[in-house]
Design a binder for this molecule. Structure first.
Ligand code: PEP
Length: 249
């Protein structure tokens, strides 16, 4: 059975003080780690601060990005081993903002996926189509190609050991959400692509998840949790989403 996960992507928001405050609210209010894993992804400069607040709590920590390289002359980059050293368990790989704003190719995303697992991190591979691709009927092909690029480098079993987040680009940060049926259709396609090896792989939906739409999305058979941006910046709204996930399991 796939693990139920709710991941909060804080993106480039907050100060060290506000990150510590949000983390301490989550640590105080969340104790149900057996029912669902709650993970936060602070900006890299706040990971150490947040990790020190979350130590011994039921909330896990991850990074929003990593370098595909192990170490060396790569100015400004952060390696997988450094993230492990800071206490990270997870890392986002191929978030649409990395792909579109920073030009990460599917090949680069696959290298990062491999680097993350080699260091012991659990990568959350983000995939999803643009509005134009959806309108042109290319959703399933785009998503399947993004996954296939990682399978080519990492192998199917290793991809299935990670987590996959389906995030339609047109729904991220826009307030527009895929309908539960639209999301389920893509999740079902991903599950089919992974085959038997992916029966236990956690598949998350992301794209303007909030307290009003979480229940229906999480009620779909192939949706095992959510990757949440805006609604993860406030403890009550984020944990309300986590609570709704538990109730739908
Ligand atoms: C995200 O950052 O991956 C995301 C889904 O953001 P939002 O929930 O704000 O759409």
């Amino acid at each position: 059975m796939p693990n139920a996960l709710v991941a909060g992507n804080w993106k480039m928001h907050g100060t060290a003080a506000s990150a510590a405050q949000l983390a301490s609210q989550l640590a105080r209010q969340w104790a149900d780690a057996d029912a669902a894993e709650v993970i936060v992804f602070p900006p890299a400069v706040h990971i150490a601060t947040v990790a020190s607040v979350l130590v011994e709590s039921s909330v896990a920590i991850g990074a929003q990005n990593l370098s595909q390289f192990e170490s060396g002359a790569f100015t400004g980059e952060i390696s997988a081993a450094m993230l492990v050293d800071l206490g990270c368990k997870y890392v986002l790989v191929g978030h649409s903002e990395r792909r579109t704003v920073f030009g990460e190719s599917s090949h680069c995303v696959a290298e990062k996926f491999v680097a993350a697992q080699a260091a012991g991190l659990i990568p959350i591979l983000c995939v999803g189509e643009t509005l134009q691709q959806r309108q042109q009927g290319q959703t399933m092909t785009v998503v399947a190609d993004q996954i296939a690029a990682v399978v080519e480098q990492a192998g199917l079993d290793r991809v299935c050991d990670g987590v996959i987040a389906y995030e339609p680009v047109w729904a991220i940060g826009t307030g527009e959400t895929a309908s539960p049926q639209q999301a389920q259709q893509v999740h079902q396609g991903i599950r089919a692509q992974l085959g038997d090896a992916g029966i236990d792989t956690s598949l998350l939906y992301g794209g303007s998840v909030n307290g009003d739409n979480a229940r229906q999305l999480f009620g779909q058979p192939d949706i095992n949790g959510g990757l949440v941006g805006g609604a993860s910046l406030e403890a009550d709204s984020f944990l309300n989403i986590a609570q709704q996930l538990i109730e739908q399991q």
